[in-house]
Ligand binder design. Structure first.
Ligand code: ATP
Ligand code: SF4
Ligand code: MG
Length: 338
C-alpha cells in the first residue's frame, strides 16, 4: 500500500441542479415583457481534492453544504456539471454504462439509512448474493454462497439468519448487512455517506469499529461523509471542510484539530464542547448560511466572516498548500493576516 498515491482525483467539480420547473414555469412577466428565467442550486462550486490509497478522508460541514452531492457525483450516481473525476488515473465521470461496470465493483457506497437501502422484499441472502453473481460470472454457486457466508460472519451477522428479511433486523444489524453487501464485492474504495447517523448512539461505535476493522483487513480507502466532528477525530486520516459547496480547508486530522486555519473551520471546531480546551471560546458567526441559488460573490463565507475585506467580497480564494501539510482557501491566510 502506497499512502502517497491518489486513488481518486477530483478536479474543479461543479454540480448545479436546475430548479426552474418545466418550460411554462420558467416564463415570468418582467417590465411589460415575458422572459424565460432559469434558476439553479449551485450545490458544488469548483471542488478539488485527492483521496490517497488506504486513507479515510472525512468530509465535514453543515447540512446542505454539498457533502452528499460530492459523494453521489464521485460514485457516478449524479453527472457533474463541470470538472473531472479520475480513479487510479482513469477518467470516470464520462463513461458509458458498460465502461463504468468495473468501477461499480471496485467502488462501493454505504448510505445513511439502512432501512431504505435494503430491498424489503428480498431475504438478506438474496440481497447479498445477487451482486456477487452479477459481478463474478465465473464463480460457481458454492463459491458465491461461501463468499457471502464468510462476509456475513465477518460483520457479525449469523449466516443462518440469511433467510430473514430486513425488517427482522435492528438498525445496527441492517447497517452491518449494508457493509457486508459492499464488502462481498472486494471493493478498493468505499464512499460512506453518514453511515452511522441514523443509528442509536450506543450502536454507532460498534459500526464504526467494524468499518475500521474492514479497512485494515481489506486494504480499503474511505471517503467518509459526516457532520459529527468527534467521529472525524477517531476515524479520519485527513479532513475536508466544506461550506456552501466549496472546500475551505483540507488537512491531516491532527493538524486540523490542533491548528484550524480557515475562519469557518475555526468556528466549526469552537462549537465542540471539551474538558481541556486550549482553543478560543465559542466563535459565534453572524448571519445565516446564504442560499446556494444566489451564491455570494468572492469568498462564499465573506458575509459571515469576521475577517472579510474588499478582496474577499470580489475574488474567489483558491485552495493553497501550507507548510504544515494542510490546504486552505482564504485570502486572509494567504496574505498572512490570519
Ligand atoms: N436533486 C436535487 N435537486 C435540487 N437541489 C438539490 C438536489 N440535491 C441536493 N440539492 C441541494 O444541493 C445542496 C447540497 O445538498 P446535499 O444533500 O449535498 O448537502 P449535504 O451536505 O449532504 O446535507 P446534509 O448534511 O443535510 O445531508 C442543498 O442546497 C440541497 O438542497
Ligand atoms: S477569504 Fe476572506 S472572507 Fe473568506 S474566510 Fe478568508 S478572510 Fe474570511
Ligand atoms: Mg447529506
Amino acid at each position: 500500500m502506497n499512502a502517497q498515491q491518489p486513488i481518486l482525483q477530483v478536479r474543479d467539480l461543479e454540480k448545479r441542479f436546475n430548479i426552474s420547473g418545466d418550460f411554462l414555469d420558467q416564463l415570468k412577466f418582467q417590465g411589460g415583457k415575458i422572459v424565460r428565467k432559469q434558476e439553479n442550486v449551485h450545490a458544488i462550486n469548483g471542488v478539488s481534492f485527492d483521496v490517497m490509497k488506504g486513507e479515510a478522508l472525512c468530509v465535514v460541514g453543515e447540512s446542505g453544504c454539498g457533502k452528499s452531492t460530492v459523494a453521489r457525483t464521485v460514485m457516478g450516481l449524479l453527472k457533474p456539471s463541470g470538472g473531472s473525476i479520475h480513479y487510479n488515473g482513469e477518467r470516470i465521470d464520462q463513461l458509458s454504462d458498460r465502461a463504468v461496470l468495473p468501477y461499480r465493483k471496485k467502488m462501493q457506497m454505504i448510505f445513511q439509512n439502512p432501512y431504505a437501502s435494503l430491498n424489503p422484499r428480498k431475504t438478506i441472502t438474496q440481497t447479498l448474493e445477487e451482486p456477487v453473481r452479477f459481478h463474478n460470472p465465473g464463480m460457481s454457486e458454492t463459491e458465491v454462497k461461501d463468499k457471502v457466508k464468510a462476509v456475513m460472519f465477518d460483520v457479525g451477522i449469523d449466516p443462518g439468519w440469511g433467510v430473514r428479511y430486513p425488517h427482522e433486523f435492528s438498525g445496527g444489524q441492517r447497517q452491518r448487512i449494508s457493509i457486508a453487501r459492499a464488502l462481498t464485492l472486494d471493493p478498493e474504495f468505499v464512499v460512506a455517506d453518514e453511515p452511522i447517523s441514523a443509528l442509536d448512539v450506543s450502536i454507532q461505535a460498534q459500526v464504526l469499529n467494524l468499518m475500521m476493522k474492514a479497512q485494515e483487513e481489506h486494504n480499503l480507502t474511505y471517503l467518509f461523509i459526516t457532520h459529527d466532528l468527534s467521529v472525524v477525530e477517531h476515524f479520519g486520516t485527513r479532513v475536508a471542510v466544506m461550506y456552501l459547496g466549496t472546500l475551505c480547508e483540507l488537512a491531516p486530522t491532527k493538524t486540523l484539530f490542533a491548528t484550524p486555519r480557515h475562519p469557518y473551520t475555526q468556528a466549526l471546531l469552537s462549537a465542540i464542547p471539551r474538558l481541556q480546551d486550549h482553543r478560543p471560546n465559542h466563535i459565534k458567526l453572524q448571519g445565516e448560511v446564504p442560499t446556494p441559488v444566489n451564491l455570494p460573490s468572492g469568498c462564499v463565507f465573506h458575509g459571515r466572516c469576521p475577517h472579510a475585506n474588499d478582496r474577499c467580497r470580489q475574488e474567489v480564494p483558491k485552495l493553497v498548500p501550507q507548510s504544515d501539510g494542510s490546504q486552505v482557501a482564504c485570502h486572509g491566510v494567504e496574505e498572512g493576516r490570519l
